[in-house]
Design a protein around this ligand. Structure first.
Ligand SMILES: [Zn+2]
Length: 233
């Protein structure tokens, strides 16, 4: 295989490749609640996790996806990891491994895939009252998801997403002077979902696998990787 570093790169090709699909294809998959843009500092959102319509999902109300994300000339680019999301070959994983093999941990880490857990939620409370009662897709970073796991998910008598005996999940955003910080914890008490919403929850359940982005096109991956490697030199 020829080294990608030596290949000629044309920005116009990349722009054309992403013209009708943004590098971050999350936006195409349903209606999102994004904690970084839809939640103000020093505020919180209360949500109810909605179980996967696919009962065989061992994660219950979550589905895992993996992406590669990195900066190219100050711009954040992200693309699905075909290997860890679709069990297909992934040039970005291969390139990351190559850096690690050359003892370049920093560059290896930058190209390494990042996991996210996706969930469908019902917004139970939010400063923007228009959002209450809406269904949204939300993505949790690994640290935030660990908080959810450690925050009592396994201690509940019923799964947290049970409409009668489950618990609301509260996500808070603060600012520490340098970074936004997020915390996620379950309400201390179980509470039923409002009766008028229970039927609509059942009607709104989706197969969470439908939220997982399709495999990325090899040509797009190649262009993005080439542009990234070129930006390093
Ligand atoms: Zn990958």
């Amino acid at each position: 295989m020829t080294s990608l570093k030596n290949r000629k790169f044309k920005l116009s090709d990349l722009q054309a490749a992403f013209a009708d699909k943004p590098a971050s294809s999350d936006v195409d998959n349903g209606d999102w609640f994004n904690v970084s843009t839809d939640l103000a500092v020093d505020s919180q959102v209360t949500v109810r996790l909605i179980e996967d319509a696919d009962e065989s999902n061992a994660f219950g109300a979550f589905v895992k996806t993996s992406r590669h994300g990195f900066e190219i000339h100050g711009q954040w680019k992200s693309i699905v990891c075909n290997k860890h999301t679709h069990n297909l070959p992934c040039q970005l994983c291969d390139e990351s491994a190559k850096f690690y093999n050359e003892d370049d941990r920093e560059n290896g880490r930058k190209l390494y895939k990042k996991d996210k857990m996706l969930a469908q939620v019902l917004i139970v409370d939010h400063d923007d009252k228009d959002l209450i009662g809406q269904y949204k897709t939300i993505s949790f970073t690994v640290p935030l998801f660990k908080q959810i796991l450690e925050g009592g998910l396994s201690d509940l008598d019923a799964p947290a997403w049970d409409v009668k005996d489950g618990c609301d999940l509260i996500i808070k955003k603060t600012y520490d002077g340098k970074w936004n910080k997020y915390t996620a914890r379950f309400a201390r008490k179980e509470s039923p979902v409002p009766a008028d919403m229970i039927d609509t929850i059942r009607d709104s359940q989706v197969q969470l696998s439908s939220l997982v982005p399709d495999a990325a096109d090899d040509t797009n991956i190649n262009l993005l990787l080439t542009e990234y490697l070129d930006s390093l030199v």
